[in-house]
Write a protein that binds this ligand. Structure first.
Ligand SMILES: Cc1ncc(COP(=O)(O)O)c(C=O)c1O
Length: 444
């Protein structure tokens, strides 16, 4: 079947855009040409307030001078160094610096280039760890419905987003079960911070253990706060329960902190905000303020030691990427972590969170809004879906925000996710909420 092509600029033809309605985009493009601090500039010269930190990643604001300078210097000094059997100082320095802000005990860092790669690396490390411990049959994984762990076959298998999996269902990882998600508006609507209801949902792990046998399960992977599927905030006590159950059954717990890392919840990582320490943390995005692609899988010392010591001679772990710890990414990461420290970005986000909470909850009662939820500098605004056209209302709000309000928001289904750079001021929070309110008013 061929679909009629909508007339569009032929200069846009060649690019196949990711996770984008290509035809709709090309018929009415939304092009960004530059960015500085809290704003993008569109190709028609408008200043667009960034309500999403790009894609949950530009935590320190756009085009920050120290990061730009570090990248330029690195490009002129050491453009590339092989990552296999060779090294360069920057990746060792960045691993050490990350160790300084990771939860105590998570002290080894395996670099990759994206969140998806960090997740697939984590799944492989979990299997390698159990093999090295003498329990090779522990190869199953447990994910969670509405979890997003990137787009590798491992990530979509443990992830819980139907459209991302369905076309590939014939070839997903075979040994995966899913916990229920924790989002229930009949219990949790208009929560401020962690909802009180839902800790018991972690107990579904017991049922999976009873069915599969604990000694077949390598790891549980969850986002401590699910972002991509619409800001699903963990109920009070839920993550603690998951940690306790994993401990009881010898199962590794992986927190996918690709969006919660680097201050989004007011601490370096969500693990510290919730005071629940996993065995592994995957990260990406904010590690370089998104200026150069980078991901990492950070593990407890016991995992590194077990895998490394299981091999007497030669390569201990057959996995890695040409660009693992790339010199430009390492330089960007070092400059970014210095900038976060110099500006006390994470503590600033924590201090701003109450103002943010009050501002976003002022949208209660706005047209179509059936829920507002928040944590740190994140909010989800859920809209009532149009009958028979789920997602269309939030998409219209997104388009109105961009073209008419000069505001960038992100939508998933009928949920508007807000996650601005952590440098946002009170006046800019008010501006963001005001613009969104106008877009809601303008949408049928
Ligand atoms: C929790 C989580 N994991 C993994 C990913 C995938 O990251 P990437 O797009 O860099 O592969 C994302 C992306 O948004 C994410 O939010």
């Amino acid at each position: 079947m061929t679909t009629p092509t909508i007339a569009h600029d032929p200069a846009l033809d060649a690019l196949w855009m990711p996770f984008t309605a290509n035809k709709a985009f090309k018929a009415r493009p939304r092009l960004l040409v530059s960015a500085k601090d809290m704003h993008y500039q569109s190709d028609d010269g408008r200043q667009i307030l960034d309500g999403t930190a790009g894609l949950w990643c530009v935590n320190a604001g756009h085009s920050r001078a120290p990061i730009v300078e570090a990248i330029s210097k690195a490009a002129a000094t050491l453009d590339f160094a092989p990552a296999f059997q060779m090294g360069h100082p920057g990746s060792f320095q960045l691993a050490t610096k990350l160790k300084g802000i990771l939860p105590a005990g998570i002290d080894h860092v395996f670099f990759s280039n994206s969140g998806s790669e960090a997740v697939d690396s984590a799944l492989k490390i979990a299997m390698a760890y159990h093999i090295a411990r003498g329990e090779p049959q522990r190869s199953r994984f447990v994910g969670r419905l509405r979890g997003y762990h990137g787009v590798g076959f491992g990530g979509i298998s443990v992830g819980g987003i139907e459209p991302n999996k369905k076309p590939f269902a014939a070839q997903l990882l075979p040994g995966v079960d899913h916990l229920p998600h924790t989002h229930d508006l009949s219990q949790n609507a208009f929560s401020k911070g962690q909802p009180a209801w839902g800790a018991h949902l972690a107990d579904a792990l017991e049922e999976i253990v009873a069915t599969r046998g604990a000694d077949t399960i390598a790891a549980v992977i969850v986002e401590p706060m699910a972002g991509s599927t619409g800001v699903l905030i963990p109920p009070a006590g839920y993550l603690e329960r998951l940690r306790a159950l994993c401990d009881a059954h010898g199962i590794l717990l992986i927190f996918d902190e690709v969006i919660t890392g680097f201050g989004r919840l007011g601490t370096p990582f969500a693990a510290q905000a919730f005071n629940v320490i996993p065995d592994m943390i995957t990260l990406a995005k904010g590690v370089t303020n998104a200026a150069v692609p980078m991901g990492a899988t950070c593990v407890q010392g016991k995992i590194y030691d077990t895998v490394i010591n299981a091999t007497e001679q030669g390569i201990e772990f057959f996995h890695g990427y040409t660009y693992s710890g790339h010199p430009l990414a390492a330089a960007a990461g070092l400059a970014t972590l210095d900038l976060y420290a110099a500006e006390d970005t994470f503590a600033r986000a924590a201090a701003m969170a109450p103002y943010w909470e009050a501002a976003v909850h002022s949208l209660c009662g706005a047209p179509h809004v059936i829920d507002v939820r928040n944590l740190g500098i994140v909010a989800g605004v859920e809209l009532e879906a149009r009958a028979g056209r789920p997602g269309s209302r939030a998409y219209d709000v997104f388009v109105d925000c961009f073209f008419n309000q000069n505001l960038l928001v992100r939508v998933t289904g009928d949920i508007i996710a807000l996650s601005p750079p952590l440098i946002i001021s009170r006046a800019q929070i008010d501006e963001l909420v005001g613009k969104l309110r106008r877009a809601l008013d303008a949408t049928t």
